[in-house]
Design a protein around this ligand. Sequence first.
Ligand code: PSV
Ligand code: MN
Length: 390
Amino acid sequence: MTGPVDIGGISDQLAAQQIELPSWAFGNSGTRFKVFATPGTPRDPYEKIADAAQVHKHTGLAPTVALHIPWDHVDDFGDLRRHAEAHGVRLGTINSNTFQDDDYKFGALTHVDPAVRQKAIDHHLQCIDVMHQTGSRDLKIWLAEGSNYPGQEDMRSRQDRLHDSLSTIYDRLGPDQRLVLEYKFFEPSFYHTDVPDWGTSYVQVAALGDRAVVCLDTGHHAPGTNIEFIVMQLLRLGKLGSFDFNSRFYADDDLIVGAADPFQLFRILVEVIRGGGYANPDVAFMLDQCHNIEDKIPGQIRSVLNVQEMTARALLLDRVALTAAQEAHDVLAANAIFMDAFQTDVRPALAAWREARGLPGDPMRAYLDSGYQRQIADERVGGVQAGWGA
Ligand code: PSV
Ligand code: MN
C-alpha cells in the first residue's frame, strides 16, 4: 500500500482558500411544488450566521457570509456585523433583490417607466448603505428581467436603460467597493433575458469601469457549455469578479457544488489557477446553493470540502509536463497528465493536512458528533423559520 499523496508542495496554497457561504443556504428552500421544513432552521439572519459559523469552525474554509437584501434585513447591520465577528466570521457580499416586488413584473433596472427604474436604483443605493455598515466590498446584482414572448419588449432599448441604471449605481460605490453583475440564460424569463450570458455581462461592466466585474454562477449556462473556457476568457480580460458555485443536472438546480459533475469543477479550477484567479482577492469564491432535502449545515460542509478537494487536485496538476506535452502536440500524453491529476485521491492527505492545522480531519463527522444539530432543533421552536425568500 502506498501512503497518502504528497501535498506538501501545495500546502500554503490550500491554506489560502476562502469560500463565502450564502445566508439563504441555511433557510428552508424547495421547488414550486413544496418547501420542506427542517427542524432547527434559523428564524432570522442572526441564527443563519451562527449556523454559517459552524461550517467555518469545522473546516476553516468559510470565513465570510453573503447576505441577500431584503431577506436578511435587520434594524442594525452594525450589530449583525458584531454578531458575525463574535462567531468568528465576517459579513461578505451584499446581494440585491429586484425579483420579488410586483412593480418589477416587466423589469426593474430596464423598466420602461422611469419611476420603477428609480425604485430599483434606490434599492441598490440602500444596499450600498448596508455595505458601509457591514464592511462589505461587493454588491452583487442578478436581474430577473426579460420577456416571455417574441415581440413583447424592445430588447435594444432595455440594454440602453440597463446601462444608465447601472451607471447611477456604480457612481455611488465607495472607492474600495465593486459592482458584480451576474448572468443567467433563462428563468424566470423564458424568451429573452436582459443579462443572459457572460458576453452581455462583460459588455455592461466594461462600460462602467474597473470596479465593475462579472459573477459566474456555474448553474447559469445551457447544458454542454464549456464553462472553463468562459473562466479563462474572463480572467484573461481581468473581469472575473466572483463565482457562485453550485451544480446542476438540468437547469439552475442549485445543488451541492461538485455533486453533479466533479470533473467540471476540476476543469474550472484548473483554469482559475492557470489564469491567476486562485487565492486572488479579486476573484471571490462563493456558494449559491439551496438544500431542499438534506440538512443545511452538513450540506454546506460537504460543499466547501468538495471545492477544497478539487482545488487540491487542480493544484497538483503537473503544469510543466502538461505544457511540454501540449507544445509537442502529444494529444494523449497531455490528456493523461490532466486526467492523472483529476483521478488523484487527495482525501487522506487533506485529512492529515487539516489535523496538522488544528482542524478535525473529518469535518463532517466532527460536526455530526458536536451535538449542534440536536441543540438547534431543540432550541429553535416557535417563530417563523427563514426560507429562500426571507
Ligand atoms: C439567481 O438564480 C441566483 O443565482 C442569484 O445569485 C440570486 O441572487 C440567487 O440565485 C438567489 O438564490
Ligand atoms: Mn447565483
